[in-house]
Ligand binder design. Structure first.
Ligand code: ATP
Ligand code: MG
Length: 384
């Protein structure tokens, strides 16, 4: 006797009561138990994020290489079932199929309940460690190639009602064939129209938009687009564009670059909850042209569009992809012609950085102002 409450494990046929015909059970209805992490051989560590450690691994059977991310979950969190934040990252990643989004191959488990691992396609570089180790900066046509791929990935995500909420260089991976992949969906959320307010997940400080810094409860896809502006500026100027050390210093850097926002350019600005916590300095000028003296008119227009204070007016990924900036010389490089780089993360001796000052890789773990500490607590809290 078949127990229908049990998950379906095998291929087979069922009788369709509507058509009265036998119908093959489709793959999506077959539940396979997760394989064990023992199926993979650990090669080396690739990165350590807030949530967990990522290793380069090899499938013992196929010998193919993958990236394995250990999801950090406390044993206690399993009291009320499988942790929801973990499920969210897995389900969002699983639902995405796009060349510029990292592909989740499978989820594997260890011996204990809380040992959960994501097996993803392996990408040779992440943009943060690459930028920290690059001998020669990217050319403008290479920058365009990278940004266009980022925009295509975001066009896909936003078109599927997903906000990434943590776009930054260490979450952008690059393959040896020049393909950019958006990774790390630990803070990603799906949204609906009209939007409901979200928990204040915190985009990493340097890439955080003014509406989040000022406590807006409305989070939209525009928060990812602000980060695109920061990354475009960072790639063009070969250094982080707005490297704040605290929330107030972040706001000051934004105001220095773009001028002080006002109710007239950003309706609703004066009612933002955190505005009273800051004493915004008065600075009337937009200094993007001074910061990017060699950038063309259309390039500057694109940057300004990405840095609109009012999230409602900020450029969308679709609008950016239509920008003439990507149609004028120097044209975007063909991804296949992008240079390949030494795999610093796989070379033990490569820990020293060739750039001076604070590195992007340090920024990943070293942004220890109160709000970031709180952010991490919040991140953790969402598991509970
Ligand atoms: N598929 C992959 N291929 C190669 N390297 C990867 C892959 N996924 C992640 N990494 C490396 O591991 C690092 C951390 O991964 P990820 O961002 O997913 O973890 P995290 O704990 O959520 O990080 P954080 O919270 O600091 O952003 C990345 O910056 C990258 O260097
Ligand atoms: Mg990350």
């Amino acid at each position: 006797m078949t127990d229908w409450s049990e998950p379906i494990r095998k291929k087979g046929f069922v009788l369709n009561f509507q058509t009265k015909k036998l119908q093959e059970i489709s793959d999506r209805h077959i539940t396979n138990p997760c394989r064990s992490v023992e199926e993979y051989e650990k090669l080396n560590m690739l990165g350590q994020g807030t949530y967990g450690v990522v290793y380069r691994v090899r499938d013992k059977k196929t010998k193919k290489e993958y990236a394995l991310k250990k999801v950090k979950v406390d044993r206690d969190l399993f009291r009320d079932g499988f942790p929801v934040a973990c499920l969210r990252e897995i389900s969002i990643l699983k639902s995405c199929k796009h060349e510029n989004i990292v592909d989740l191959k499978e989820v594997v488990v260890g011996e204990q309940l809380e040992k959960i691992f994501l097996v993803m396609e392996y990408c040779e570089q992440d943009l943060a460690s690459l930028l920290d180790n690059l001998e020669k900066p990217f050319s403008e046509s290479e920058v365009k190639c990278i940004i266009m791929q980022l925009l295509r990935g975001l066009e896909y995500l936003h078109g599927h009602y997903i906000i990434h909420r943590d776009i930054k260089v260490s979450n952008l991976l690059l393959t040896d064939t020049g393909c950019l992949k958006i990774a790390d969906f630990g803070l990603a959320r799906t949204f609906s129209v009209p939007q409901k307010s979200m928990t204040p997940g915190l985009v990493t400080l340097w890439y955080r938009p003014p509406e989040l810094l000022l406590g807006s409860p409305n989070q939209s896809t525009a928060i990812d687009m602000w980060a695109v502006g920061c990354i475009l500026g960072e790639l063009l100027s070969h250094k982080p564009l707005l490297p704040g050390t605290s929330e107030i210093s972040q706001i000051n850097l934004i105001v220095d670059l773009l001028g002080t926002p006002s109710e007239s350019i950003w309706p609703g600005f004066k009612d933002l909850p955190a505005l009273q916590n800051f004493n915004l300095r008065q600075q009337p000028y937009n200094n993007l042209k001074t910061r990017f003296p060699y950038l063309s008119q259309v390039g500057l227009r694109l940057l300004n569009f990405l840095f609109m204070y009012d999230p409602m007016k900020r450029a969308t990924a679709v609008e950016c992809l239509q920008s003439s900036y990507f149609k004028e010389a120097p044209l975007p490089a063909d991804p296949k012609l992008m240079p390949s780089f030494p795999q610093h993360r796989n070379l033990k001796a490569s820990t020293s950085s060739m750039t001076s000052g604070r590195t992007r890789t340090q920024e990943r773990v070293g942004n220890s102002n109160i709000s970031d500490i709180l952010g991490n607590v919040l991140k953790k809290k969402r598991f509970e």
